[in-house]
Write a protein that binds this ligand. Sequence first.
Ligand SMILES: Cc1ncc(COP(=O)(O)O)c(C=O)c1O
Length: 445
Amino acid sequence: MFTPAEVVEKSKEYTFVSWSAQGIWNPVPMERGDGVYVWDANGKRYLDWSSQLVNVNIGHSHPHVVRAIQEQAAKLCYVEPSSTTGPRARLGELLAEVTPGSLSKTLFANGGTDAVENAMKIARLYTGKQKILTRWRSYHGGTFAAASAGGDPRRLANEPGVPWIVRLPDPYAYRNPAYRGRTQEEGDLVVADMIEEIVQMEGPEYCAAIMLESYSGTSGILQPSPVFFKRISEICAKYGLLFIADEVMSGFGRTGEWFGIDHYPDVKVDIMALAKGITAGYVPLGATVVSEEIAQHFDKNTLWAGLTYSSHTLAMAAGVATIEVYRNENLIERSRELGKVLRKGLMDLAEKHPVIGDIRGTGLHQMIEIVKNRATREPMSDFNKPMTDAMKQAAKNLKDNGLSTFVRWNMIFNTPPLVITEAQLQEGLQILDAALDKLDAYYEG
Ligand SMILES: Cc1ncc(COP(=O)(O)O)c(C=O)c1O
């Protein structure tokens, strides 16, 4: 239809790109994907080291899901949400099976943002209370309330946002001063105590829920020890708050468990927000799963939430087929095992490259934090500032050498599809090694 150059030119002329000044957008026109690889319109191959936006967990063009979508499209693409379909019934049942605890009933949406919006709405409707408490370093979506909920700077231009969000300190052992001179667990308990005090000061009788990314993502995979989540659960129980787990990024095997929160068995989850890996990005879909008690509340009380595309038939079929792939190909276990290979590879790189200040995460959900100096931990690019030349060059170098990933401030994400092989992991680590060689030139230690 168009030459690759025309695709770029017309995309720039007629479409907007998210979260960016439009003039600096210089997209690569992409054409096809297969497994862990994607190809651009000029035939160049990239190893997808970030699963696009950490969603294409089963790799690209998986035949089982492609077939399920094609077969469903040929039969029925869409019915309005108060009708129902076989795929919807099955996906609801599957989500009740794979999610933890008494989570059992799902409201479907179009993506993570509206799954989070619905989670907050449900918490407020169910408790009759208003405030939702969230972390500073977190992202929960792009609409008004979801953007306010995330502390991520993508919220700033939208402020003042909704007034009922209260932000909490982060269990960021590498940088939060609460951890100085303390072990991770000791620091986690200090941060949890600070959170308890905030609940007291905000008035528990006005607080509906604490919402956390249960295994954090774009904010830098800041993950506390189990004592932190145990204390959060205790605080929720003590003061009558619900706990909302945002699993939009960490769900569906990313961290080597079905859900990030499965690493913390002591936690009671009341509401879970899902998206991304639920269909591995093949068709947009979000989901808000609630506990039995909350589900029962809405037997008699109206659920004031809805969307034209809630329970979209094609998305339901894609979701069922995607969960079948996770199960049939043991992708959760695979992520756990290959995560160890990835961690070993990143640790070997840290031996060689002083710019690696910290490595965080587990399963196929890991990141490296790039610093100018290991002793001072000064970041190679500052939080919420334009990327420095050093980081820009590293991102370009990765792309030029055929590795597509997500580079943010001083963080490089290593979140490939769960179908990646050990050999492909090594291929990615080699490309990363070469980019780190260049970054070492900026080290000031
Ligand atoms: C933890 C988390 N919650 C919510 C969202 C928003 O999801 P979406 O972009 O599908 O609306 C994201 C997106 O990256 C996310 O990482």
